[in-house]
Ligand binder design. Sequence first.
Ligand code: DGL
Length: 367
Amino acid sequence: MTPTPTRLMSALGCALALTLLPGLPAHAQNATSTAPAKKAQVVILATGGTIAGAGATAANSATYQAAKVPVDKLLASVPELGSLAQVRGEQVFQIASESFTNEHLVQLAKRVSALSKQADVDGIVITHGTDTLEETAFFLNLTVRTTKPIVVVGSMRPGTALSADGALNLYNAVATAASPTAVGKGVLVTMNDEINTGRDVTKAANIRPDAFKSPWGALGMVVEGQTHWFRAPAKRHTVNSEFDIDQIQALPQVDIAYGHGNASPVAYQALAASGAKALIHAGTGNGSVSKDVVPALRELRAKGVQVIRSSRIDGGGFVIRNAEQPDDQYDWVAAHDLNPQKARLLAALALTRTQDAKAIQRFFLEY
Ligand code: DGL
């Protein structure tokens, strides 16, 4: 059938629109040509954790050794990755994530930042232990200035276990990192078929595949290699962040003390004496502080230590400034909805830019 001018024009128009559409990564640019679309190039940075773990028997879903399987064996165990993208791996660390330090975080973030600048990298996946996965994802979300997809992934069961979750989690992570739809969405976490933002997600259970939850809900799902989005991140991240890992060499010491009945000021005083430049109070309820602890925190604030009120309740609300404590009068900071472990990271980054508590408070409201 000879194409009528309108059909020809509309086809040309469509091809032109797609080829000129700004912001699409290279592997998505020639979507209308007859040549097969170029596969995305995805780098997998392996750091250890259960996704690289091994148990003695298939029944060992909770008793196993983390950080055993090297990245090449990890990739070889999921050959289906090759249908999603051109994948290559790097072994950055081989540790259980409860042992991540600030130095590990800075080193990993600098590697991610360097790779994100390479033309032969369209997306990055980081395999990671689940214990501190949310911290790494949040830190990358704050400090890596790229719109390219960065996806952090782990597993709750080792690959040797019955109904292991690591292979599909990794498949979903590569599918998301290779997808043009994930461009510009900040750092993502794919666990248990869900796509969560690194900013909100937290490990909410200690031995179940559905352990990762965001108090404000998932961004979407990835099913059979396809991403499905239902909302977008609301807070500043990546290219819209004031923090740049390329300009950061080390993080100031920030520590966390847990609030509870019969609390005493000793932990806060000891942490400050050890060099903490800010203290995160993992408070009861709305970041409440025991009357037996307030004087010590006020004294530490007067000596220049920042005091940041978070809550031991993770999810479903946020610490309200001047509610449980007169933050304006005490010159303290309210951590908003960030849990203590994430508040620690934002406070450390904030201290690379300011010593002013009111400026720090702005960071906690915007990131
Ligand atoms: N040791 C824990 C970690 O590396 C194992 C938990 C996991 O990776 O699921 O975070």
